[in-house]
Design a protein around this ligand. Sequence first.
Ligand code: CA
Length: 226
Amino acid sequence: MRILIVEDEYSLADALREILKKEKYTVDISDNGQDGLYQALTGIYDAVVLDVMLPEMNGFEVLQNMRAEGIKTPVLMLTAKSGLDDKVQGLDCGADDYMTKPFQTKELLARLRAITRRKGEIESSVITFGDMELNTNMGEISCGKTGKSMKLGVKEFQLLELMMKNKNQIVTKEQIVEKLWGLESDSEYNNAEVYVSFTRKKIKFIGSKVSIKAVRGLGYILEEAK
Ligand code: CA
């Protein structure tokens, strides 16, 4: 699981990272709202821990922008304020849960587990692009026209899920490497190419008109042949 922490208090952000790492989460930290939003929009996170009072852009705005862009990643908001108004505003903006500082580590972990579980239930569905469907429950692709389906390997699934969630946009090799191997990995980009190639073969096998097109020097984008 990958968690994004958007928090400008370095000591708190570091402490959270250590706690989450022990629980086997992969953690990225952003210390301002603008950068936090930029990272959240990649769609690679399983949850976002979002502070309200942030430089550049506050947590409510970050969240509103995320939801406006169709990013459904579960968000746990953190704030020093305990006012009811803040809580209501957070939930109105699309937060999944809310915690007031200071909080207990155990409670944070429990709430993170709860919101990521909820997400799993909601997202046990189908993502569509052109004549191709990705069933996120079964980890397989199928083609509506031919009726053929094919199981995907874990990395192929992660790759295609990333691309289908970012349809009509170029997905960079860096984004793919981050999603498949994590930020701190030293995987070569070549690995991404290998999985793109495997995935292309499977798409071809089911007879879909969708293809993963390479955009030279930039990355990949999904396309459907006419
Ligand atoms: Ca803050």
